[in-house]
Structures are given as structure tokens and as C-alpha cells.
Design a protein around this ligand. Sequence first.
Ligand SMILES: *[C@@H]1O[C@H](CO)[C@@H](O)[C@H](O)[C@H]1NC(C)=O
Ligand SMILES: *[C@@H]1O[C@H](CO)[C@@H](O)[C@H](O)[C@H]1NC(C)=O
Length: 170
Amino acid sequence: MGAGGEVCYPCRRSAVCGVASCVVAGMGCVLVVAMVVYLMFRPNLLHATAAGAELSTFSLALKEWTLSYNLSVGVDLTRHNARLALRYHSIAADAYYHDQRFAHALLPDFSQPASTNTTRITPSFQGRHQLLGGLAAAAFRREDTEGIYSIHVTMAAKTEIKLTPCHTPI
Ligand SMILES: *[C@@H]1O[C@H](CO)[C@@H](O)[C@H](O)[C@H]1NC(C)=O
Ligand SMILES: *[C@@H]1O[C@H](CO)[C@@H](O)[C@H](O)[C@H]1NC(C)=O
């Protein structure tokens, strides 16, 4: 059982410990382990929703296929367990135009305390990037006349879960 052994078998060290308290301690241990496993694998613990996007510059210098962009995206991170405090770090966002990554952004670490349900983060990208090959440039010319650009943004972050003490039964 490794490091969990002393928590799960408290009676080893106590001479006055009865069978009943051993059973109670053992059940408590099983409950804690089950809860941690549940929290780790609960699929809907976090929800990310796109809350808006602003594209103030998106143009292509046709000779060099250089894309100039100024884009910001709003993403709402919603946590579905009010007792959990979450800490996010190594938050990175990438923007793609027709499968070509044209921008990368790092976001500051932040914490979501147990009382906050939703936090909005707004990754933003500004700069220039040279598109490779003619496909993306051709797609740009087509989409430019339609006025709709197919931009994909992906995000990745590491999260730490912090359980806060509670006084009511679960
Ligand atoms: C990008 O757009 C935002 C508003 O949409 C503006 O405030 C900002 O100055 C722009 N940045 C650059 C580098 O043009
Ligand atoms: C936020 O969480 C609290 C506590 O769980 C809940 O009562 C409330 O309805 C939630 N608010 C929203 C907007 O989801």
C-alpha cells in the first residue's frame, strides 16, 4: 500500500485499538480513496466554452503570403464541483489557419477558488506569420471574399485540484 499504509491501517501502532475502530477507520480510508479516484476521472469536472472572438486584423500580403493578425478569444472555464479549488498553470493557446499554426500564446497562471464557478480567460494573438504552400493562401482569397475565416484555436493547461475541508456530509 506504500505511503497510504499508515493512514489505512492506523491500528498497527495502537495496542488499545478495538476491531470496531479498525473497521471504521478502514471504511473511512476506502471512502477517501474512492473520492480521490472519482475526482480524478470524473469526465465533466471542467467545461470550456467559447464566449466570443474578436478579429480586428486578418490580412494576407499576397506576394509573400504573410498573414497579419490581431485576434483575441474569450474562453469560459466552468468548474462543476463547488468544493474544489483549481490551479491552472502552463496555459498555452495555439491558433491555426487551415492546419497551419500561425500563432502561439502563453497565458499567466491563475487559481479558481472554491467559490468561483466560471473564470473567463482571453488568449490574444498579434503579429505576422508566413504561410507555407499555396493551399492556405488560396483558401484565404476565397474566404476573404466571403468575409468568413476558418481559424481554429486550441488550448492546453495543467490543473491541480485542491480539496477544501467541508462540514456537511457528502
Ligand atoms: C489589437 O486589437 C485590439 C482591439 O481589438 C487593440 O486594442 C490592439 O491595440 C490591437 N493590437 C495591435 C498590435 O494592433
Ligand atoms: C455556482 O455554484 C453555486 C454553488 O455550487 C451554485 O449554487 C450556483 O448556482 C452556481 N452558479 C452558476 C451560475 O452556475
